[in-house]
Design a protein around this ligand. Structure first.
Ligand code: ZN
Length: 317
């Protein structure tokens, strides 16, 4: 654990060579010191996978660079100094993640993104979103959830990568910005006097249990059982009620309700995708082939007005 905590990868000094290059050149296979760190981290966390640098075929890199190039310029501009790079591995043990790096005084000053190329390679936008948004619910015959984040013409790998990248960029943006407590901190260790303008709109801290509570846990009792990717806790019969209650909160997506950091990352991705890029985003829940609930973005609804103001200040409108 010590080797993970004190690893050079977590210090901005060890990235000087990368930071001297243009941002476009900091997108590619993970450097050896990052692979070493990821391997140690997986070992500590009991994750069996041993990451290796990705060998990126030209068509894949074309999709990644196009996904970035097509982001609104005011979005990419936020990351010149803050983003160390986007690095690809295989066998990560997840789709991707971001981490913060610190200066010599221990201040979080930048972040990097790691993505698993083997996971991304076969993806298409709507199939990926449908899979992800279905993971909190135990599968049951007759119940279905479909997510649509692209029109048919844009339902491709490049746009799947773009949406995944937007979420991770949301995490990187939070580094060095006062939005929510840093993810390295245990909830009980967050200073009592700290003010986080974004976090405070939805969250409070249960210090005794050292966990984050939402301000909407009464209206939205399912929130505690929202678990993505591994081990669904909610019954499929609760899909429609879960999304109806989500509308009584200011969380932009269901995943946003799982953790303060993901609340911001989801809001960032959703706002850029829906408001700035005018792309579709919809969850449709059906029972025996009949639609029973449609959930759409909240950016024009009063429930998300305060969060929208925060995002407008960051990326414009
Ligand atoms: Zn996340």
């Amino acid at each position: 654990m010590q080797a993970v905590r004190n690893h050079a990868v977590r210090r901005v000094d060890s990235w000087q060579a990368e930071l001297a290059r243009p941002l476009d050149d900091r997108i590619g296979a993970a450097p050896p010191h990052l692979i070493e760190y990821l391997t140690l981290d997986n070992t500590v966390q009991g994750i069996a996978q041993r990451p290796r640098p990705a060998v990126l075929e030209p068509e894949f890199l074309v999709d990644v660079k196009a996904a970035i190039r097509e982001l609104p310029p005011q979005v990419w501009r936020l990351f010149r100094e803050r983003l160390i790079g986007v690095y690809f591995v295989e066998n990560l043990g997840g789709t991707g993640f971001s981490d913060a790096v610190t200066d010599r005084a221990g201040n979080r000053v930048a972040g990097y993104i790691v993505l698993d190329a083997a996971v991304l390679r076969p993806l298409k936008a709507n199939a990926w979103a449908t899979w992800k948004e279905g993971t909190p619910f135990k599968p049951k015959a007759g119940y279905a959830l479909a997510a649509r984040i692209e029109a048919e013409a844009g339902d491709n790998r490049k746009n799947a990568i773009q949406y995944i990248l937007l979420h991770e960029l949301g995490h990187v943006f939070s580094v060095g910005n006062v939005l929510h407590p840093p993810w390295e901190l245990e909830p009980k260790d967050v200073p009592v006097s700290a003010v986080y303008p974004y976090f405070d709109l939805s969250w409070s801290i249960d210090r005794r249990a050292s966990r984050y509570a939402s301000r909407f846990d009464k209206e939205f009792p399912q929130r505690r059982n929202v678990a993505y990717y591994f081990g669904a806790k909610l019954a499929s019969a609760e899909m429609a009620a879960t999304y109806s209650n989500l509308e009584r909160t200011n969380f932009p997506t269901l995943y946003a309700a799982t953790h303060p950091g993901d609340d911001f990352a989801e809001a960032f991705a959703s706002y850029v995708h829906v408001v700035l890029q005018r792309r579709p985003w919809q969850i449709t829940i059906s029972r025996d082939g009949k639609t029973v609930k449609v959930f759409t973005p909240c950016w024009d609804e009063p429930r998300c007005a305060d969060k929208r103001k925060v995002l407008e200040r960051i990326v414009g409108r």
